[in-house]
Design a protein around this ligand. Structure first.
Ligand code: OGA
Ligand code: MN
Length: 287
């Protein structure tokens, strides 16, 4: 039986990032405690409004992170290779460490993407909790895909109607130089989603692509890829982006349905460890 304490009332203070196209800091909350209904509703509303919430000064165990995450949706399993450790398999360890525990020099997820877009039900939200940080850098960057869509000309928006993108884990692994095992391939068949999807909760349209986006359905491969690259260049312009500079104890919660994100390897990843704990919440069929 769970021995979780009962919910406490929180005195939430929400501060949108000034001058940024997304994101807000949430103060006055301890995420290790169950949330009362009002707090939960407010966090959910602010999550929809700002797309990225930053909670400071948390110290969640893996179990507490799972419990916090579960209050907002259904936890998602990670891909075969990245399944978490046995103690808490739903918590994925994001790190630059090798099996020997030493920095490898390699930072994963450094290309723009939206989590698990190749899955039948791509992620709704990702929750990332800093454990070990380099002295500087190792930022996470976000780009607002509502803003990117809305900035298109009416003509370009119309041209996206009915256009579907094939998302492929296999392709995105090939792009980083890795060939998948047959078992991994079976675990991740491709899926095609609208390039401009309608956010199921806000009803706003957002561009949906990133590094798992392979090509456009019904278009020659290279032409489709070129189109995706062109759109991504538009969508990740500085004016649509926000850079998160990590502090110890930070918990980030972002909306994968309307943001792209990437890790910035702007630190010496062969010297400094960078470790974060990740949980993902399952989304719905993109439409
Ligand atoms: C992720 C991810 C980025 C980072 O965990 O899904 O993309 O900065 N992380 O580590
Ligand atoms: Mn990611």
């Amino acid at each position: 039986m769970s021995t979780r304490p009962t919910a406490v009332k929180n005195d939430l203070d929400i501060r949108p990032f000034s001058g940024a196209p997304l994101g807000a800091e949430v103060c006055g909350i301890d995420l290790s405690m169950p949330l009362d209904e009002m707090t939960k509703v407010t966090i959910h509303e602010k999550f929809l409004e700002h797309q990225l919430l930053v909670f400071r000064d948390q110290a969640l165990t893996k179990r507490e992170q799972v419990e916090f995450s579960k209050q907002f949706g259904e936890l998602e399993q990670h891909t075969l290779r990245n399944r978490g450790q046995d103690d808490e398999p739903l918590v994925h360890i994001v790190s630059n460490l090798g099996p020997d525990g030493k920095p490898t020099g390699k930072v994963n997820s450094d290309m723009w993407h939206t989590d698990k877009s190749f899955r039948p039900l791509p992620s709704m939200a990702t929750i990332l909790h800093a454990q070990v940080l380099p002295p500087n850098g190792g930022d996470t960057c976000f780009a607002n895909m509502y803003a990117a869509y809305e900035a298109l000309s009416e003509e370009d928006k119309t041209a996206l109607n009915g256009v579907k993108v094939v998302h492929s884990w296999e392709l995105s692994r090939e792009n980083i130089g890795r060939v998948m095992t047959p078992e991994e391939k079976r675990d991740a068949p491709t899926n095609a989603w609208p390039l401009a999807r309608v956010h199921p909760e806000t009803g706003r349209k957002a561009l949906f692509m990133g590094m798992h986006a392979s090509h456009i359905e019904g278009m020659p491969l290279e032409k489709g890829r070129a189109k995706i690259i062109e759109l991504e260049e538009h969508a990740t312009q500085e004016k649509f982006c926000h850079r998160h500079t990590w502090q110890k104890g930070d918990v980030l919660m972002w909306d994968n349905r309307c943001l792209l994100h990437r890790a910035d390897p702007n630190f010496d990843a062969s010297v400094y460890p960078r470790v974060l704990h990740r949980t993902c919440l399952r989304g719905t069929t993109p439409a």
